[in-house]
Design a protein around this ligand. Structure first.
Ligand SMILES: Cc1cc2nc3c(=O)[nH]c(=O)nc-3n(C[C@H](O)[C@H](O)[C@H](O)COP(=O)(O)OP(=O)(O)OC[C@H]3O[C@@H](n4cnc5c(N)ncnc54)[C@H](O)[C@@H]3O)c2cc1C
Length: 501
């Protein structure tokens, strides 16, 4: 029988995951990617002696005991990746005061009680939640769309022991938790380290992953992960076409039939998957002709909000940061004006000294992700006045270097490399419309919304990746790629197989 032809738009992790799992199941897949590299947002770039990891700060699912490990391990032989596990999630420093958010729960509990004894009730709530979830395994094997009655029952059995606590902690946001804290510094530290809108459940899970060594940093960084996935996909017989920007998805009689590239070339297929930016897919590639309730809710209501429009500032310094904590939030002595919607009162730095590929021996790569909420400003400035765009980047870099010098000493004279990506950079390289990093804000209101796998009224068309899901994150989009392959297999009456390495 002739293999079904599937075109996948975008060689980010979600596109490569969907294509790989479909390739394993006998489909003839081909990816069209607008840039000249794979990985999408999950990428690294070389600047002099430094290799900038433009993405990964933490990767979830690095150990077999975590429920998304299997999705990685179908694509990469995880035994061949060396992960760094830090002894804390991060630290927050304000002059002489500091708090370590330890990975080990006992140490975390001790630290929090010591720093904020007046918050014992809230600390107990947090710690008991983490301890409760320490052995949790979420039922991720199958997407709901392909589950039968028994699968649903088994999923319920799996989460049943945790269900009460889960429901309760999904209903409380980090902000609501913080509002009840009394100690001003713990309040401030918690607010900086954990996103306001996220449910406290996700913060508890973060500590579970840290404690269990289920979340680490892969040595070699983003480029290593993306290229291992690409290599595996090609070994499965898959093909990636680079520098191929898709401008249109061909539809006939409410069925997807193929794609048209920006250069006019036409490619036909039985199935089209978009793993690219959601807004571009719906309103440009499909010209806004196909929408359903789910799509309208995502793109035309206020329920879904986009997240994390940041600058990505990388600095190479001839100074060894290996004795410093790997991720430090510190309060600025002088605020830094970024754009009309953003003035910074703190910075968050990450160093990669445990990874020899990031910087030469004795030197350090530092990355900083300050907010820059007025993404349109950066986009317009780059388009209309490139020299002023560069001046603004330099102005901010200088202020950040001053702040680092004040905080850590001995920086200014030792800077060897500066690189700044803005939302305009992310738009240019990945097509993500607001230049943000993780698509949607994961809020209480959106976390249980259905995944936008397809659009009612358009056959043979599917979506995956961070815009289809409730939010992004690497393990999440790799899982979504696998789940989409399962859905397509079910629709095409193919028994799904997933080979583990
Ligand atoms: C600075 C930063 C830090 C992050 N940190 C972490 C972290 O520590 N841990 C974590 O889990 N996640 C992190 N993330 C989030 C994570 O990287 C993303 O959620 C994930 O990579 C999204 O994958 P995706 O495949 O859905 O989308 P993308 O990576 O955006 O892939 C989409 C692909 O489609 C291509 N494309 C777009 N339009 C077209 C077109 N018209 N034609 C052809 N191709 C097209 C793009 O070029 C791109 O390759 C971070 C992201 C950023 C930017």
């Amino acid at each position: 029988m002739q293999k079904k032809k599937v075109i996948v738009i975008g060689a980010g992790l979600s596109g490569m995951s969907a294509a790989s799992y479909l390739q394993m199941n006998g489909f003839d897949t081909e990816i069209f990617e607008m840039s000249n590299y794979s990985g999408g947002l999950c990428s690294s770039w070389k600047r002099g002696d430094y290799l900038i990891d433009g993405c990964i700060h933490f990767m979830v699912g690095t150990s077999e005991s975590e429920s998304t490990f299997k999705f990685w391990n179908g694509l990469i032989d995880m035994k061949n990746v060396d992960f760094v596990y830090y002894n804390n999630h991060c630290s927050v420093v304000d002059n002489e005061k500091f708090i370590y958010f330890y990975s080990n729960i006992d140490e975390l509990e001790k630290e929090l009680i010591q720093k904020a004894p007046e918050d014992l009730v809230q600390i107990n709530f947090l710690i008991s939640g983490i301890r409760k979830f320490i052995n949790v395994k979420l039922p991720t094997d199958k997407p709901i769309k392909t589950m039968n009655f028994n699968d649903k029952l088994n999923s319920l059995k799996m989460v049943f022991p945790f269900l009460g606590k889960m429901i309760k902690t999904l209903k409380i946001s980090n902000k609501e938790f913080v509002d009840k804290l009394k100690n001003p510094f713990l309040k401030e530290a918690f607010k900086l380290a954990f996103v306001d809108e996220l449910p406290i459940f996700s913060t508890m899970l973060t500590f579970v992953w840290r404690h269990n060594k289920q979340m680490g940093y892969p040595k070699g960084g983003a480029v290593k992960i993306a290229s291992l996935i690409e290599e595996n996909y090609k070994n499965l017989g898959g093909k990636i076409n680079y520098n191929c920007k898709v401008s249109k998805i061909i539809t006939e009689k409410n069925q997807a039939k193929g794609i048209i590239l920006e250069n006019g070339n036409v490619f036909k297929s039985d199935i089209v998957i978009s793993a690219a930016d959601g807004k571009t897919t719906i309103y440009k590639m499909l010209e806004g002709k196909f929408k359903d309730k789910n799509i309208i809710e995502r793109y035309e209501s206020d329920i879904f909000e986009t997240i994390d429009k940041t600058l990505y500032v990388s600095i190479g310094v001839n100074k060894d940061f290996s004795k410093e904590n790997h991720k430090i939030y510190f309060i600025l002595k002088k605020p830094i004006y970024v754009d009309s919607k953003t003035t910074l009162n703190h910075l968050e730095i990450t160093h990669y000294c445990e990874d020899k590929s990031a910087a030469p021996e004795g030197k350090s790569l530092l990355t900083i992700m300050p907010d820059s909420l007025d993404w349109e400003y950066w986009f317009e400035l780059r388009k209309n006045n490139i020299s002023e765009y560069r001046n603004q980047k330099k102005r901010i870099a200088d202020l950040i270097i001053d702040a680092l010098d004040t905080q850590f000493g001995d920086i200014k004279n030792n800077v060897e490399m500066i690189d700044i990506a803005t939302p305009a950079t992310y738009i240019r390289y990945t097509g993500n419309w607001t230049g943000g990093q993780i698509s949607w804000k994961s809020k209480k209101e959106t976390i249980s919304k259905p995944i936008a796998w397809n659009i009612k009224g358009l056959k043979n068309f599917y979506m995956t990746g961070q815009w289809a899901g409730s939010s992004g994150g690497l393990n999440h989009v790799v899982m979504l790629g696998n789940h989409l392959a399962q859905i397509i297999c079910k629709n095409e009456k193919v028994k799904f197989v997933s080979v583990q390495k």
